[in-house]
Design a protein around this ligand. Structure first.
Ligand SMILES: [Fe+2]
Length: 191
């Protein structure tokens, strides 16, 4: 997750007038059920906007790979951050996380892992949500009966790997790249 993208997402909190466009609502109509759509709408506006962007990046990559299951990938892209529902990861937190995690990834991850029992809303709890939201989201989707193929892609977005450590699975690689504002080119590499 890049610094600029995190800060941009944070600033979206100050933009009150955003609502999904007709084109974005059409994506929901096409790829998610009514129950999944209701869940999507519970996300904060910045996470909704980000999820639409991830979906568009996935669609762009998928043009090169018609054999992949587009319905599965688009649903996973739309729902990949539902584990953040209620988290209220503010601009201050997002900036703190990026600035602290970049130089001290192991320390931050260890501290975050200890935050599962922390008070909701506290810094340690937010750090824990930051590293666990993909797993939490997948668990919630499983409980709703969403397919394991979608859940596995959601989990993949939580991988704490450097971008260059490419996932060997093409579908996972596409959604991980999309989550970082990248597309996968016809050669299977980050474009
Ligand atoms: Fe994301």
């Amino acid at each position: 997750m890049g610094f600029i993208r995190n800060v941009r997402k944070g600033f979206m909190y100050f933009h009150n007038g955003w609502a999904p466009s007709e084109e974005e609502l059409a994506l929901l109509d096409e790829y998610v059920t009514d129950e999944e759509r209701a869940l999507f709408m519970q996300m904060d506006a910045p996470d909704q906007q980000h999820s639409f962007e991830v979906t568009r990046h996935c669609a762009e990559s998928l043009k090169h790979f018609p054999d992949l299951d587009k319905r599965v990938m688009m649903k996973a892209a739309l729902l990949h951050d539902i584990g953040k529902i209620g988290a209220r990861l503010s601009l201050v937190f997002r900036t703190f996380w990026v600035l602290a995690h970049k130089p001290f990834p192991c320390f931050c991850d260890r501290l975050a892992e200890s935050g599962a029992d922390a008070r909701p809303g506290s810094l340690r709890y937010k750090m824990w949500l930051q590293i666990e939201h993909a797993n939490l989201g997948a668990e919630r989707l499983r409980e709703m009966g969403v397919g394991e193929d979608v859940c596995e892609l959601v989990i993949a977005t939580g991988q704490r790997k450097k971008p260059k450590e490419l996932d060997p699975d093409l579908a996972r690689r596409i959604i991980i790249a999309a989550d970082g504002d990248h597309i996968i080119g016809p050669d299977g590499e980050w474009a």
